[in-house]
Every structure is written in C-alpha cells, then in structure tokens.
Write a protein that binds this ligand. Sequence first.
Ligand code: BV8
Length: 235
Amino acid sequence: MISRPRSIVVLTGAGISAESGIETFRAAEGLWANHRVDDVATPEGFARNPQLVYEFYNQRRRQLLTPEISPNAAHSALAKFEHEFDGEFLLVTQNVDNLHERAGSQNLIHMHGELLKMRCLNSKLVFDVSEDFDYDTHCRCCRSAGNLRPHVVWFGEMPLQMNRINSALENCDMFVAIGTSGNVYPASGFYQTAKIRKASTVELNLERTGSSFDRHVRGPATECVPQFFESLLRS
Ligand code: BV8
C-alpha cells in the first residue's frame, strides 16, 4: 500500500496523449519521423525557413482541433485526482496540446508552450490562435506582418515557469512521470531534483525508460493512470 503523499508533482509527456490519437515524438511514425528537429523545432530552423515551421505547427494545430482528438481516461483521471486530493498538486506537461485543460486540469504548467498560442516577436505578447498563421499574418499589437511565431519552446530555448517548477519539485514528497521517454532536458532531470529531496519517484509508461525511479508501473496510460491515482486517493 502506498503511503499518502501530501505534495505531488506530475510530469507528462507525449505518451499521455498517444491514446487520444496524437503521435509521440519518438515512436516509429512519430512527429519527428518526417522532419529534422533542427529544421522545425529550433530558432535557427525558423530563421532558415519560417514557412516550413509555420506549416509544421499549423498542421499539428489543425489535427488537435479535429473532433476525433479528445482527452482520454488518463487526462480525466489526473483532473479528477487534482480536484479530490487534499494535498498540494502541480501538473507540469511537456505537451503543447490542450488535452489536460479540456479534461479539467487547472494547476497546470505547459513548460514547452502551447500549440493554440502564438507570440509577437516585437511586443512578446501572447495570443490565442486556432487558425493557421504564417509570415503574412498581422499581429494584433503591431498591426503588421512578419512578427508572429508559435508560442512553443524550441530546442536551445528556456522552458517556461522553471522557477515555479523547481520550487514545487523541492517541496514535493512524490514525483510521478507519465508517458515521457526522459530524452529532453531539463524535464528529464526533474526526478533527480525530487529524489534529492527524498520524494518518492514513480514512472508510469509503456516501457521502462533508463531512469532509476523508485517504482515503475508499466502499461498504457489510460489503464495505469486511473488505477494509480485511485489507489492514492484510497491510501
Ligand atoms: C534548455 C515543444 C537551457 C516543441 C519540445 C545534450 C545533452 C543533453 C541535453 C542537451 C544537449 N544538447 C542540448 C540539450 C538541451 C535540450 C535537450 O534536452 N536536447 C535533447 C534532445 C538531447 N533541451 C533544450 O534545448 C531545452 N532547453 O535546455 O534550455 C536551460 C536548461 C535548464 C533550465 C533553463 C534553461 C528545451 C527543450 C524543449 C524542446 N521543445 N517541445 C514541439 O512540441 O514541437 S520537446 C518535445 O520533445 C516535447 O515537448 C517533449 O518534451 C519531447 C518529446 O519527449 P516525450 O514527451 O518524452 O515524447 P517521446 O516520444 O520521446 O516519448 C513518449 C513516451 O511515451 C515513451 O517513453 C513511450 O514509451 C511512452 N508512451 C507511448 N505511448 C504510451 C506511452 N506511455 C503510456 N501510455 C501510452 N499509451
């Protein structure tokens, strides 16, 4: 039986959205299969060929907004737990989709930004977006073209709200990583920060990743996540 924690940080990756129909990054048919990361997920790639990058994100945004894509039982289980748990809870996601919000999660940080937001390079203002946009799209602040980029964190850029994340990791007594391969830093280092603070660390994933979590629960997120968090509520 798991002892009941009082402060939990959860980190999710592409694996939690896989059963909703959004392909992961590293699976064979994954997102990176058709693109070089350097070309579509770095500032240099955007400077080199902005249209390719606009189209890469426009295509993913269009897919996210199709009726077939919706939160799955894992997203719903996390939202339910957040609302029923009497301790502190923070959900950090590496995902740029909006499935956690749509499932009802509230105390949520998108450390790698959001597909449904764009940012003005001049004013740094962030705007909601659900349509395609590109170089010719006028921003609502400068009212001119050529200033807008996806509000996502590319490789080599600073992830968002790192201070808030680190402070939560330093104060948690449980850290749970769900559906992430642990390939991308600094997210891949969060469990070490938690371990240093003597938090218990748990991984819920289809496979064991290389990291040494205290506990590995194997299986699809739509089965493991509801089971695991229900058992926490009963503990
Ligand atoms: C930074 C937004 C400095 C864009 C993304 C050399 C060595 C080490 C590190 C580096 C290095 N060179 C450079 C770095 C740093 C670099 C990095 O880590 N590179 C890696 C590739 C080596 N990181 C950065 O640049 C970051 N910035 O470091 O700034 C700094 C440092 C500290 C503090 C401040 C500043 C910025 C990285 C952000 C990049 N942007 N996304 C977009 O989405 O287009 S990353 C992108 O890829 C995703 O957001 C996600 O984070 C990552 C993919 O990882 P996962 O989510 O884990 O997905 P993956 O497909 O890999 O795995 C899926 C998992 O799910 C698998 O384990 C699978 O088994 C499992 N699964 C599948 N199906 C299911 C399932 N599990 C359960 N159920 C299922 N059904």
